[in-house]
Design a protein around this ligand. Structure first.
Ligand code: ZN
Length: 270
């Protein structure tokens, strides 16, 4: 499924694999002034190429290597001859795509290997100049794109939601908090998120997410000091694990967030 909506100079592209007509999990890519930011998942790559054909697109960039953000890179490169650039740490991962967990292959598809160029410090288009801001945490190679004159922050998967309660097992929430504080200092006006879409109160939204996670970390620490296990702390603060945790065999689960927020203090007792 591909659907696009115009928001002034920014085009939002909704991408999802569908199952009996229902979108499994929608991700957004963005087009701004001939620059395509992210390319959706492998399962929607053909639709994206068809959509891009006939539009004036001159370059493609990725916020990070995940398959729902870089999954169209190879086909855009091969079919339309577009130059693709990704964060330097993502380049070797994209060149040798690891085999994904089953749920990720079902929802997004398994990406093939693709050779892309490393991003520099800025990405320029005719009208805009986007700074590349390293923002690890969601994954080590994650970057945001910040356009200071417009106040735009293309935030990839750094934000997602003010009250994120599930985390992948390989995410680092404390590093993500550092990254959130770093982009907050840029005072963006518009957050352009791969999942939440366009968020007008950018600083307020980032502040609320930081406060929510910091509050959770504090409560979790206090409960651990009282002797509760990691599982008990998670159940107490976020409720029992839901369907997502079972489907993903714990790869995407609430306990991952609490463990990550606690750092070394959460290392045992699960
Ligand atoms: Zn991601």
């Amino acid at each position: 499924m591909l659907r696009s909506t115009e928001h002034g100079p920014i085009t939002r592209i909704h991408l999802a694999r569908t199952f009996f007509g229902r979108a499994l999990y929608t991700v957004r890519a963005y087009l701004v002034d001939s620059l395509l930011i992210d390319t959706g998942c492998p399962a929607t790559a053909r639709e994206l190429v068809a959509w891009c054909r006939g539009r004036e697109i001159r370059q493609v960039v990725n916020t990070h290597h995940h398959e729902d953000h870089a999954g169209g890179d190879g086909l855009l490169q091969r079919v339309l001859g577009l130059p693709v650039a990704a964060p330097s740490e993502a380049v070797p991962i994209l060149a040798h795509s690891p085999r994904l967990q089953l749920y990720r292959r079902i929802v997004w598809g398994q990406p093939g290997d693709v050779a892309v160029e490393p991003l520099g410090d800025v990405v320029e288009t005719d009208r805009y100049r986007l700074q590349v801001i390293p923002t690890p945490g969601h994954c080590p190679d994650h970057v945001c794109f910040f356009e200071p004159r417009q106040g735009w922050l293309f935030s990839g998967d750094l934000f997602i939601h003010e009250r994120v309660r599930y985390l992948r097992a390989d995410e680092d929430a404390r590093t993500a908090l550092e990254s959130l504080r770093q982009v907050l200092a840029l005072r963006p006006w518009l957050l352009i998120c791969s999942h939440a879409g366009l968020v007008g109160d950018a600083c307020g939204a980032i502040e609320r997410k930081i406060a929510y996670w910091e509050g959770l970390a504090e409560e979790a620490r206090a409960l651990r000091e009282k002797g509760l296990s990691l599982r008990e702390v998670t159940d107490r603060l976020l409720g029992p694990e839901g369907l997502m945790s079972r489907i993903t065999r714990g790869h995407f689960a609430k306990i991952n967030l609490i463990r990550s927020l606690l750092g070394a203090a959460g290392a045992d007792g699960a």
